[in-house]
Design a protein around this ligand. Structure first.
Ligand code: GLY
Length: 353
C-alpha cells in the first residue's frame, strides 16, 4: 500500500494548484456534500484546475453514507466519462472522505483520490490513513477498503466554519492521540482551552495529532497490530454512539469517543494499572467541555450486546485497546463482563447521574 502524503497548508489554493498541475490525470471530479458545497467549496473553486472539474454533490451527514449515495457517485463518474486515469478530490468531513475514498477504490477497479478535509474530525482522523467505506445493513462502515489517498491537504482555515459541537467531536480524537503517543503530546492537548479557541495553537495541535496517526498507519496500514492503538476509546465509544441512535438522541462520533475514553481509561486502570492521577485529569478535562451522555443500568445489556458486534472482535471475544501508561499501549486485551459493567458505572459516577 503506497504511503499517502499529508500537507499542512499555509496557502491551500496555491498548494492544491501546484499539486494538481504537476499530476498527470485526464479529468478531475470534486465530491462534496450539500453543507460543504456552500460553506467550503467557495474556498477552492477559483483554483484553476478545480475550475475545470466536474462537481458531484451528495446529501450531507452520516445517514447518507450509504449505497444509494455511493451509487450516485459511481453513476456521475460513469456518465461524465471518468476513466481509470481520472482523479477524485473529496472535499468535506468524514462522510465525504470515507465514501469518496471508497468510490475511488472501486470505480474502474481504482482511481486516485485526494482528500481535503473540512472538519476537525476528518482532518485529524477520517481523511488520513486510508480507511474508506460506507454504512450498510444498519452497521457503520460495514463495507469498505483500505485505500489511501494520494495526498491529504489539511487547511485549518476550514475549522473556523465549525460549531462548538463539531470542534468537540474532532478534539476527542486528538485527546486519544495524546494518550496513545507520549507525555509531551498528551500534556499539550490537555492545555487547550476549547472555550477561548486559540486557532493558532489549535493548528499546531492538529499538525502534531496528524503526525501521531501517520506514524502509526505507516507501521501498520492494514491494522494487523499497532494500528489497533487508534481504536482506544472506540470499543465502548461505538456502543455509546449506537445506543444514542437507538434512544433517538444521536451523539456526534467524537462525543461518544470522549465518553468511551473515560470508560476505557477506567478499564486501563483496573486491568493494566494506568495511573489514577492521569485518569482523573482526563475525566476533569472531558467533563469541563463535553455534555454527559445520559443512560442508566437498564441500558447495560444492550451496551454489552452492541459491543459483541464490534468488527474489531476476534474469535467471539470483545477486543479492547488499553493503556498501562500514557504512550504505553496494550492491544488485544480481553476484559470480564463485570469489569465492563463497572466502566459504565464509572462514567455515570463521573458525571454524577
Ligand atoms: N480511525 C481509526 C483508524 O484510522 O485506524
Amino acid at each position: 500500500m503506497s504511503k499517502q502524503k499529508v500537507v499542512i497548508c499555509q496557502d491551500l489554493k496555491a498548494e492544491l494548484q501546484l499539486f494538481l498541475e504537476n499530476l498527470d490525470y485526464d479529468k478531475l471530479f470534486v465530491l462534496t456534500d450539500t453543507n460543504t458545497v456552500d460553506k467550503c467549496f467557495p474556498l477552492i473553486k477559483d483554483v484553476p484546475a478545480v475550475k475545470k472539474s466536474g462537481l458531484i454533490v451528495v446529501e450531507a451527514t452520516d445517514l447518507h453514507k450509504n449505497l444509494e449515495s455511493l451509487s450516485a457517485v459511481w453513476k456521475h463518474l460513469s456518465n461524465e466519462g471518468a476513466s481509470r486515469h481520472s482523479l477524485l478530490l473529496n472535499l468535506g468531513g468524514g462522510m465525504v472522505t470515507d465514501m469518496g475514498g471508497f468510490a475511488g477504490a472501486t470505480f474502474k477497479r481504482g482511481i486516485r483520490t485526494v482528500n481535503v478535509p473540512t472538519t476537525l474530525m476528518a482532518s485529524v482522523d477520517a481523511a488520513v490513513g486510508g480507511k474508506t467505506g460506507i454504512n450498510f445493513n444498519g452497521l457503520k462502515n460495514e463495507i469498505g477498503a483500505f485505500y489511501p489517498p494520494l495526498c491529504v491537504f489539511i487547511d485549518c482555515g476550514f475549522l473556523r466554519t465549525l460549531d462548538r459541537n463539531n470542534i468537540l467531536s474532532g478534539y476527542a480524537e486528538m485527546i486519544k492521540h495524546g494518550l496513545i503517543s507520549s507525555m509531551e503530546t498528551y500534556a499539550s492537548v490537555m492545555l487547550y482551552d476549547i472555550d477561548t479557541m486559540d486557532y493558532g495553537f489549535l493548528n499546531r495541535l492538529v499538525a502534531q495529532s496528524v503526525a501521531v496517526k501517520e506514524e502509526i498507519v505507516e507501521k501498520d496500514p492494514k491494522e494487523q497490530g499497532i494500528r489497533k492503538a487508534l481504536n482506544f476509546g472506540h470499543t465502548i465509544g461505538h456502543a455509546y454512539e449506537s445506543l444514542s441512535f437507538k434512544k433517538g438522541c444521536p451523539l456526534l462520533h467524537g462525543h461518544a469517543v470522549a465518553a468511551g475514553i473515560i470508560s476505557e481509561l477506567f478499564l486501563s486502570h483496573k486491568v493494566c494499572g494506568f495511573p489514577m492521577d492521569k485518569l482523573s485529569q482526563v475525566v476533569y478535562y472531558i467533563k469541563s467541555y463535553y455534555p454527559p451522555f445520559l443512560f442508566d443500568c437498564k441500558d447495560y445489556d444492550i451496551l454489552h450486546e452492541l459491543m459483541t458486534h464490534d468488527k474489531k472482535n476476534e474469535g467471539g471475544k470483545i477486543n479492547f485497546t488499553l493503556l498501562s501508561q500514557i504512550g504505553d499501549v496494550r492491544i488485544d486485551q480481553h476484559v470480564s463482563k463485570e469489569e465492563v459493567t463497572s466502566s459504565f458505572d464509572f462514567y455515570r459516577e463521573c458525571f454524577g447521574f
